[in-house]
Design a protein around this ligand. Sequence first.
Ligand code: NOJ
Length: 530
Amino acid sequence: MPNWLKDAVFYEIYPQTFKDTNNDGIGDINGIIEKLDYVKSLGCNAIWINPCYDSPFKDAGYDVRDYKKVAPRYGTNEDLYRLFGEAHNRGIHVLLDLVPGHTSEEHAWFLESKKAERNEYSDRYVWTNAAFQGIGGHPYIGGEAERDGCYMLNFFKCQPALNYGFLNRTEDWQKAPDDPECIATREAMKDVMRFWLDHGCDGFRVDMADSLVKEDDENKSATGSIWKNIREMLDKDYPEAALVSEWSNPHQALKSGFHADFYLDHHGNGYNTLIRDNETPGGDHSFLKKDGDGDIFRFLDDYLPKYDGTKDYGYISFITCNHDTPRPRRTLSYHELKIAFAMFLTLPGVPFIYYGDEIGMRYLDIPTKEGGFARTGSRTPMQWDDSKNHGFSDCNPDTLYLPQDPAEDAPTVAAQEKDPDSLLNEVKALVTLRHKYPDLQADGSFEVLFAEKNSFPFIYRRGMLMVAINPSEKEASVSLIDNDHYEDLAKVSDEYHYDNSDIVHCIGKCDVTQTKITLGPQSFAVIKLD
Ligand code: NOJ
């Protein structure tokens, strides 16, 4: 396990819209370098940059045309190497985005693979034996190549699936995962990883990490074997490099060698029940909404078994949102966001803040760009200040990559830096708190002390700290004694001493005595036990 992950707080940067330095309306690597001091001022000590490689950008760069070349619109490889150095000088680690499941249809490997004559890349992608023979259960394209065959897609039409084989095979064109051609695909991906690691990158966020071997078993064990093999390479040659998966199944991902796995807003996951309850009929009952119904068990029932079953293997990563999901500001007010950040930043694992969420940037209802569709609204230019284009770029506003939030009260970094009560300053304080107390960091223990449906606060223990959250609009209190159902809570009051002077962080109104915790409306407290 890379040691630095234990206290890592990540900042996700979507390069298109973070900071433009050459005024072409689109962000660039030099813009990221320029803003590293800002990232540091947040307390973030790691960044994840979405794909910044050469690409036709039909899926925002997740359609890679050349894995080893920075997209000219973002700069040069030298700029990226410089970014690694500048980040390291500030104690910031850098993850790139690895897209191992597919390439662009314009990648040189695919252009070779399409040829009628057999060559080194003929089996680099998944092909059937005839243009009229499709692929049951998977998307595919026929009739587009000289080659007599259909090829499988891994996501959009522009993203042919790389060939890692099929575990359960029913057709003669399906290769076994240990076929030399499939091993060659894995080795090619390792070569890409080595290239960037040798130039100073600190690891990868891995796109669709579970998508490699097709017709895998229900535990995805064949895909897992590939990641175990890759992890062996890292442990041997790059022991401080981190691997974070887009898998959203920590049992599978962390046991396959990933150091951390995202807790995404997939169907059935607890994430939506906290901030964006769009699965329950009859309105938004999210736990973190002030008028939600406050059933924390909808989150805990999903999260706790995952946490308990994987904490010895790696970390679960909470996100504020990401480039694929609606911004949390879509459903939460500034104050609700403060409480949401407070919870995300005091849970175990490695947290990720999506650029702009720290100031509560809005989700905009705008037309699609580069295959974004509904995701586009979360990808708008960062709002730095009140100057032209909110300080993102000096370009003509018509040439901006995406429109900016037109609202009069669009949040900006500059305004919130000046306001002691702002979301930005709260986020900074919470990140500082996390760095100060190892108990709050990735490895610190996590134990639920008080959780009850329709009742607040929700209380959990992180090592020698007790965290209490009342997201509701009403004051709430819990007795710490005579609480038959909550032995661990009673034990805390038997064994430790605390009062208001032990509150090390508070949002809203908090009153703590040896026997009772009272939290005002929409409040949060961290209490030191000694
Ligand atoms: C997940 C990425 O986060 C998303 O943006 C992309 O479109 C798909 N994978 C395909 O690579």
